[in-house]
Design a protein around this ligand. Structure first.
Ligand SMILES: N[C@@H](CCC[C@H](N)C(=O)O)C(=O)O
Length: 324
């Protein structure tokens, strides 16, 4: 079957985005498409696959997101910015409510973070610390506390966005430690059978730096729902005041984020880039998952350059992108 797609990214979290509104594939076939397109040794390579899907009710359109390993996530907030942009362009609107796997979110086109950078704001929530929502087998919400049974002495805050996140505030991100813990979660232990995204977060003068090991993917340049969970966790633990907009850096760039307190709805707002890099088409054998050769039909180098001009990798410079 031939798939046309747009290769896009939010903060370097990259995906082929397929307009699936008229496509009828089984979950297993989509999982197979996700694995074929995400394979970094294959013709495309990505952190997963995004689908623009039909809306319904008060939702103008929908989004589905499959991780690189073929598992379907409840949400993907970097991807949602890209899907929102595609939905806006398809329907001729600038704001919408979007249907996700088990929730909805609001999206709107907003002022550009920097010249030439298409910028979309997502509002998602309520964020939840209920262990059942996080899929964590513990008796009470975990807020800045050690988790018995987790092979780490660090303190975590467990948040559902609604996908599961474990967030730990650290002095300095230790990637090797993050990978070891992320891989332990990937095994789906009894403590968190549905696995979890794990983030180490540094407090930096005007905001946060977030490094995430994503469920179903591994280390990525950015994870939007992890940044949202981190902003919310920073509010819950008193590190950043609820309602204050901060810069959230990641190895792929930055976003701006703010969260409301639990009693005010626990809504997390993130504004960031929705960059379309190029358009392509590819055949995938749905029976075997084997991809054919890739055809690139359009390059969007102006957008790629606009993002590159502002997205100095945060790990290499703690303050370079703050003025953007
Ligand atoms: N990168 C995404 C999150 C994608 C899903 C995640 N790996 C999961 O399985 O929950 C984002 O930007 O939020």
């Amino acid at each position: 079957m031939r798939f046309a797609f747009i290769k896009c990214h939010g903060s370097g979290n990259d995906f082929p985005l397929i307009d699936a509104r008229a496509l009828d594939l089984s979950d297993g076939e989509w999982a197979s498409v996700a694995r074929a397109l995400s394979d970094r040794a294959g013709p495309v390579g990505s952190d997963g696959v995004l689908l623009l899907t039909a809306g319904g009710g008060d939702c103008a359109f929908g989004m589905r997101m499959f991780n690189a390993d073929g598992s379907e996530a409840e949400t993907c907030l970097n991807g949602l910015r890209c899907v929102a942009r595609a939905g806006f362009e398809a329907l001729g609107v600038d704001a919408a409510r979007v249907r996700l796997k088990v929730s909805t979110a609001s999206v709107a086109r907003v002022d550009a973070l920097a010249p030439g950078v298409v910028t979309v704001q997502t509002r998602a929530g309520p964020a939840s610390t209920d262990p059942v929502d996080v899929g964590l087998r513990v008796a009470a919400p975990v807020i800045d506390a050690a988790i018995a049974g987790l092979p780490s002495d660090r303190r975590f805050t467990a948040v559902a966005m609604p996908n599961p996140h474990l967030v730990s505030f650290v002095e300095r991100v230790d990637e090797a430690e993050l990978v070891t813990l992320g891989q332990w979660c990937e095994a789906g232990p009894a403590l968190l059978a549905d696995r979890a995204n794990v983030s180490f977060v540094e407090l930096r003068d005007d905001g946060l730096f977030v490094r995430t090991f994503e469920r179903g993917v591994g280390l990525t340049d950015a994870c939007g729902s992890a940044m949202a969970a981190s902003v919310y966790a920073a509010g819950l633990t008193g590190r950043v005041a609820f309602g204050r907009e901060i810069v959230v850096r990641n190895p792929g760039g930055f976003v701006r984020g703010t969260a409301t307190a639990p009693q005010a709805g626990a809504v997390v707002t993130i504004a960031g880039n929705a960059t379309f890099e190029w358009d392509g088409a590819i055949d995938i054998d749905l029976a075997t998952g084997a991809p054919g050769p890739l055809t690139i039909t359009r390059r969007r180098d102006d957008e790629v350059a606009a993002w590159a001009a502002v997205a100095v990798p945060a790990s290499a410079s703690a303050s370079a992108s703050a003025s953007a």
